[in-house]
Design a protein around this ligand. Sequence first.
Ligand code: PLP
Length: 367
Amino acid sequence: MNNRSNVKARCALHKITPYSPGKPIWELQAERGLSSVTKLASNENPLGPSPKAMEAISLLLPDIHRYPDAGASRLRQALADKYEMNPGQFLVSNGGDELITLIAETFLDPEDEMIICSPSFSEYEFGAHLMGASVISVPLDKDFQFDMDAIIGAVTPRTRLLCLCSPNNPTGTYIPAKVLHHLLDILPDHVVVLLDAAYSQFAEAPDYTNGLEFVRAGYPLIVLQTFSKIYGLAGLRVGYGIAPEAIIQQISKVKEPFNVNMLAQAAAEAALGDEDHMHKTLAVNAYGKLQLYHAFQSLELSYIDSMSNFVLVEIGAEAKRVYEELLSRGVIVRYGGIWNLPRHIRVSVGTQEENEVFSAALKDILG
Ligand SMILES: *Cc1c(COP(=O)(O)O)cnc(C)c1O
C-alpha cells in the first residue's frame, strides 16, 4: 500500500467547511422510498424554467460541439439594454456563487479582512477562507436587521471587502436605500462592497434598492445577480455581477475564459426577456407568502416578514425534530441550525398546492 496520497493541502483549506445544500428530491426518495416529494428548501422557482429558455436551449443543441462565447457578449448586451447601462459594467459567471469566489480572488490577500453579517449566505466565507483572508462576522440585530453602527465599527485598515445581502438569505430582511447610501458615503476608500441582490426582484418595499443606482453613481460596489431564483435556471448555473467598469476589468482577470456554458448563456438571455413568466412567478410568490403567513399565524408561530421567496419561522426548541418529521412526510425545508438558528426553519414559497402540503404537514406535526 502506497501512502504517498497523504500529501498536504494548503493550510487555508483547514477553515473550509463543505457547503450544506438543500436535500435533493432524488436523495430523499431513495432514502425513504417516497414517491412524492415537496422541495421547499432552495428558493427555486416553483413554476419551473421559462418556456422561452427551454426553447432557446433546444435550438442550440446542434452547436454544442463549439466553445461558448467567452465574454457572454449577447447576454451582457441584453443586460445592458435592460438596465440602461454599459456592457462593460457586467460580468457573467457560473452562478452567483462563482462570482463570489472571483471577487475573493480579485480583492483578498491573506492579511486582509472581509466583513460578513450573520446569519447570511455562507458562500462569502468560503471565498475568504479560500484566499486565506480573515472573516469578521457582525451579527444582525435582535429583529434580524442590519446593524450599520456595528458594521462600521468592524471596519479596520485591513478591511477589503464588505458582504451585504439584501433581501438577506435566510432572514428575508433588507437594507433600505437611504441606509445603504449613507454606508457607502462613509466607508473608507479601501473597502469594496458586495451587495448580493439574488432576490431583488421579489422585494416590494418602496425603500428597497437593488444597488444599481449606486453602481451608476460610481461607488466601489459590486451587485450580485443570479438566474437561479426568479428566472428558474438554477440547474444551468448562471449569474452575473454589475459594477463600475474598472472593477469589472479587475475581476475579469481571474475569470476562466469559458466559465459559462453555451446553453446557460442562451437560456439566460431568453429568460431575461420573458416578462410573462416573471409576472406569473411574482404573483405565485405573493399569494404563497400569504398562505404561509396564515398557516404560521394559525399555529401561533412567529415569523419574519419576508421581502423574498422564502420565510424564516421560529418553531422553538423542537425545530430540529419538526424538520426531520417534515422530511419523513416528504417535505424538504431548511433547518436553521446551519445558520446558528436552532429554533428556526426556512421554507421556500412554493406553488399553492406545495404550500398547502407543507402547511398541512406542519399542522399535523405540531398539533
Ligand atoms: C441562491 C443565492 C445566490 C446565487 O446562487 P447561484 O445559484 O450560484 O447563482 C447568491 N446569493 C444568495 C443569497 C443566494 O441565496
